[in-house]
Design a protein around this ligand. Structure first.
Ligand code: DX5
Ligand code: ZN
Length: 224
C-alpha cells in the first residue's frame, strides 16, 4: 500500500511558555498531527503534561492531536485524554495489562488507537492485536526525553512490523518516534514507516516551519 508520509512535530521540545505560537507555526507549515508526549515519572523517568494542556491545545488548533501516553496503567486514565480531545491515543504495550480492552475504549470514544513498542520489546507482542490498530508507534529511542540519538536497529524492526501488517491484513500505519531528522527520515520511510514524529529536529531548529518541510522532503528521498 502506498501512502503519503505524515509529519507530526512533538511539542516536547517546544517552548512551553509559547506553546500556542509553536503549534501555529508548525501547523501553518503543514504539520499533519501535533504529537503530545504525556509522561508520568513512573513508566518513564520524566514528567510532562496532562489533560488540561491537551484541552488547551484543542482550542488553538484544528490539526488532530496525537497523544502518546508514556504512563503506567494507561487503562485507568485513558478516558481523561479522550475527554480532553485527543484525536489519536497511543498506549505502550509494556504499560497495559489489558491492551485489547484499552484499544476498544479508545475506539468507542471515536478516536484512533495506536500501540507503541520500546526498543527492547519483541515486535511479535503486537501480532494478536495488530488488526485492531490504526497506528503502530515504533520507539527509535528509549522513551522519556527528546534529543536522543536514533537507534539504528529500529529500521529492521519497522521492516518486521511492515511484514506483519501485510501478513495479517492490518490497516495500521507505522509511525517512528525518536531521533528523526533529515538523515534518519529517509531510512525509516524506506523501511515502511509513513508517519514521522520529530521533536528537537523541528523545535530546536532556527526555523521550525522550514524544518517541517525539510523532513517531509527528505522522507521522500529514495534510499539505496
Ligand atoms: C520521547 C518522545 C518523543 C520525543 C522525540 O520519549 O516520545 O516524542 O519528543 O524527540 P526527538 O525527536 O528530539 O528525538
Ligand atoms: Zn512521543
Amino acid at each position: 500500500m502506498s501512502r503519503n508520509v505524515l509529519i507530526a512535530p512533538s511539542i516536547l521540545s517546544a517552548d512551553f511558555m509559547q506553546l500556542g505560537d509553536a503549534v501555529r507555526l508548525v501547523t501553518d507549515a503543514g504539520a499533519d498531527f501535533i504529537h503530545v508526549d504525556v509522561m508520568d515519572g513512573h513508566f518513564v523517568p520524566n514528567l510532562t503534561i496532562g489533560p488540561p494542556v491537551i484541552k488547551a491545545l484543542k482550542r488553538v488548533t484544528a490539526v488532530p492531536l496525537d497523544v502518546h501516553l508514556m504512563i503506567s496503567n494507561a487503562e485507568a486514565s485513558v478516558g481523561w485524554y479522550l475527554d480532553a480531545g485527543a484525536d489519536m491515543v497511543t498506549v505502550h504495550v509494556e504499560a497495559c495489562n489489558h491492551l485489547h480492552r484499552v484499544i476498544q475504549t479508545i475506539h468507542q470514544a471515536g478516536a484512533r488507537a495506536g500501540v507503541s513498542l520500546n526498543p527492547g520489546t519483541p515486535v511479535e507482542s503486537l501480532r494478536a492485536i495488530i488488526r485492531d490498530l490504526d497506528l503502530v508507534l515504533v520507539m527509535s529511542v528509549n522513551p522519556g526525553f527528546g534529543g536522543q540519538a536514533f537507534i539504528p536497529e529500529s529500521t529492521d524492526r519497522i521492516r518486521a512490523i511492515s511484514r506483519m501488517i501485510d501478513e495479517t491484513g492490518s490497516a495500521a500505519r507505522i509511525a517512528v518516534d525518536g531521533g528523526i531528522d533529515t538523515v534518519t527520515a529517509p531510512l525509516v520511510t524506506a523501511a515502511g514507516a509513513t508517519m514521522l514524529i520529530a521533536g528537537s529536529a523541528v523545535f530546536c531548529a532556527d526555523d521550525p516551519a522550514a524544518a517541517v518541510g525539510a523532513i517531509r522532503s527528505s522522507a521522500q528521498t529514495r534510499v539505496v
